[in-house]
Ligand binder design. Structure first.
Ligand SMILES: [Zn+2]
Length: 297
């Protein structure tokens, strides 16, 4: 399983989380048969989703749903993250996973172009027990994901945040993937802020540092410029998990309503459903559909 750590720099005035998501992103690439372009895009989304799961979610019942739709060729992207003790459980999919674009003019994977910029990043926080939901909606900045989430934290949460996400990928798969997130508390000084800015801009891309086998701790010291950064929790994890079930899909079929369901029963006599997140298929026979129909009386 991939590893994640949390810590504090500058005597607690700066909080940090850093993650290695190499296994997670390779798993997602295989599952959705992604191209290098969509691996980079979905890998970045999965990485920030994992970090948010580890920093924003406390209870088992809490979840975050991330929706990105920039009207780019990838279509909409959806990620869901939940928490299970020291682990963030992530699932993600894109409407069009087969998009492959030539490298951008800077030689990098054209994630922004694939995602698009004409749209929004929407983050929905839900609690299963209290049935409450909040959402934060911000316009996309560049479709490059890290910048878009930085904007989300600034606008929606009023938290100055530095986010780096990186996926090193080629035709054979994910070489390294990871990210970090630095958040400044209100008492961080100008001097400390500019030290962080300088350190971040001097540092190599996060996937490159991981590829050089730098530890997450070393990466945090490098990008904060604080040799005395404290690591509070160093055994966090991120993994792929989809919690779909036939029962949930039955609920989904019930939710389309009597008229639509009758139409399916009469015209098709069965229903074949598929989970977007993990590709698991659930088939419903006519008898099963009639059972679901009964619950709607
Ligand atoms: Zn599933």
């Amino acid at each position: 399983m991939d590893r994640a750590i949390k810590g504090l720099a500058y005597e607690g005035k700066v909080s940090i989380v850093a993650v290695d998501t190499t296994e997670l992103v390779e798993r997602i690439r295989n599952l959705h048969d992604l191209t290098p372009t969509t691996t980079a895009a979905l890998g970045r989304v999965a990485t920030i989703a994992g970090m948010m799961g580890l920093t924003e979610l406390k209870e088992k019942e809490d979840s975050l749903t991330i929706q990105i739709n920039g009207r780019g060729p990838m279509g909409s992207i959806v990620a869901v993250v939940e928490r299970e003790e020291a682990k963030a459980l992530v699932k993600v999919y894109a409407q069009n996973p087969n998009v492959e674009l030539p490298l951008a003019s800077n030689g990098k994977i054209a994630v922004g172009q694939a995602v698009g910029t004409d749209g929004f990043l929407n983050i929905i926080r839900q609690n299963e027990i209290t049935k409450t939901a909040y959402n934060g909606l911000v316009p996309l900045v560049s479709g490059e994901i890290a910048e878009d989430f930085t904007q989300y934290f600034a606008q929606s949460q009023q938290k100055p945040t530095v986010i780096a996400l990186g996926v090193l990928v080629n035709k054979n798969g994910v070489k390294r993937s990871g990210g970090y997130m630095i958040q400044l508390m209100p008492d961080a000084t100008e001097e400390e802020i500019s030290k962080i800015e300088e350190s971040v801009s001097r540092a190599q891309p996060v996937s490159e540092m991981l590829n050089q086998d730098k530890s997450l701790e070393e990466i945090v010291r490098t990008v904060t410029g604080d040799e005395n950064a404290l690591f509070l929790i160093s055994d966090l994890g991120i993994e792929f998990r989809c919690d779909c079930s036939k029962e949930r899909f039955a609920d989904g079929l019930a939710s389309i309503g009597k008229v639509e369901l009758d139409k399916i029963i009469e015209e098709d006599g069965k229903a074949n459903t598929k989970c977007h997140f993990c590709n698991q298929e659930y088939d419903f026979s006519k008898e099963e559909l009639l059972e679901i129909r009964k619950t709607l009386e």
